[in-house]
Design a protein around this ligand. Structure first.
Ligand code: UDP
Length: 236
């Protein structure tokens, strides 16, 4: 499989066409952005880590009954995936209070939530990805009732898998964001990525942050944190 023309370049990835119209090649970059592109930088080695971690997780999720876009890892930074049209929703799960939830609700970061929260944002840079609910998504035609039900079912499975996956290596899954896409036939599958860019990951014993918050909040040791997660998971 070979890269043909570039279809899209986003904040962290490039997407290339291939000779097969049903699949594309993703190339993961080391570029990092935060606050809707206002803060820009580089996290050396991030592309390799995010590619490999996301692929491993998606492979396991497939086995657990969550269909994903993964086809085949091509190289350290490149993966063949099924071509989808992305559902314009950020599906967020929170197990522990942090980030925008803590701000909005006045709850200190690190407070354990009594039950996981499934939250939706409308993916729209101009509007800064506003917080929405099921009714907004239905009323705006972003998804159907059936799709919402499937998204919630898959998302709960992803949370159960990820919580255990990280806890086994001494990492607490605070929250994460996933995205879904539709195949040409309408089937919904898990797309985008699952990585320290899209998850909050804290060391179980020290609560040390091992994710993109180190970049967002200028905490230093960003590369080291990504590397630490990668090594603990045995993906290096
Ligand atoms: N997240 C993401 N992309 C976004 C917004 C959030 O991957 O555009 C992830 C973020 O890394 C965290 C979770 O979703 O793991 C919840 O983020 P939150 O809503 O607290 O927003 P933030 O504080 O990151 O702006």
């Amino acid at each position: 499989m070979e890269k043909k023309q570039k279809l899209y370049e986003g904040k962290a990835k490039k997407v290339y066409a291939t000779e097969d119209p049903a699949v594309v090649i993703i190339e993961y970059k080391d570029d990092a952005t935060a606050f809707n592109g206002v803060k820009k930088g580089t996290i050396v080695g991030k592309g390799v880590i995010n590619n490999k971690m996301s692929n491993y997780v998606m492979k396991q999720l497939e086995k657990a009954g969550v269909p994903t876009h993964l086809v085949e890892e091509l190289s350290n930074r490149e993966t063949v995936v099924k071509k989808v049209s992305i559902v314009p929703l950020e599906v967020i799960v929170r197990n522990v209070a942090a980030g925008s939830f803590s701000k909005r609700m006045g709850v200190e970061e690190g407070r354990e939530l009594l039950s996981p929260i499934l939250e939706l944002s409308y993916k729209c840079d101009e509007l800064n990805d506003p917080f929405i609910n099921d009714d907004y998504a239905l009323a705006l035609g972003l998804v159907t009732q059936e799709e919402i039900a499937i998204i919630k079912k898959y998302t709960r499975k992803v949370n159960e898998f990820l919580k255990k996956y990280f806890l086994d290596v001494g990492i607490q899954l605070i929250d994460f964001k996933i995205e879904f896409g539709r195949l040409a036939n309408g089937m919904l599958i898990l797309a985008d990525e699952i990585s320290p860019d899209t998850c909050r990951l804290w060391d179980v014993n020290t609560n040390e942050k091992l994710d993109k918050d180190r970049f967002r909040r200028e905490m230093g040791n960003v590369e080291e944190a990504y590397q630490e997660v990668f090594c603990r998971l045995g993906l290096n």
